[in-house]
Design a binder for this molecule. Sequence first.
Ligand code: HEM
Length: 152
Amino acid sequence: MAERVIMTPEAIARIRTSFAEISAEPRTLAGRFYTELFDAAPKLRGLFPVDLTSLQGHFEAALALVIRNLEQMRALEEPLRELGAQHVAWGAKPEDYILVREALIRAIRASSTNWNDTVEADWRRAITSIAVPMVEGAAVHAAMVAERLSQE
Ligand code: HEM
């Protein structure tokens, strides 16, 4: 199992301050995120619905998850694993989580006035703390399918 990402209370406070600034314009941020993601990885566009406005929900849910639950990551691990297993059906590969994380960081940076290396590192850790259990959940899903196969 991958090591758990621990956020200090100071880092969580910095993230929330940063989020308060960018969440004033959620649509701008969401638009930037998908532009960044599909510019960096056009192959991912086909996984998402044609109508980009429906992607809004995905983006906002993902970001709100990161922000709201930074102190309770342990309690969130199981639901995140399930979300990760669900993502297998949507075509998300483990490597895609890096692309998503970096696109999100570029979008947040472009929407921020108080950006620095510390805030960037904080955001990267926060997003990683969500992505790691999701990728593990996908791996557990694959192991369970293998188990089922072997028993047929
Ligand atoms: C930080 C990591 C991520 C989080 C927190 C996250 C969160 C979510 C959530 C909450 C949903 C909506 C679930 C629902 O409707 O029940 C969703 C859907 C989806 N996610 Fe993610 N996601 C993440 C990473 C990824 C990655 C790496 C990919 C692959 C490129 C991806 C592709 C998708 C797709 C294709 C959908 C379905 C969109 C649709 O058809 O409506 N996600 N995600």
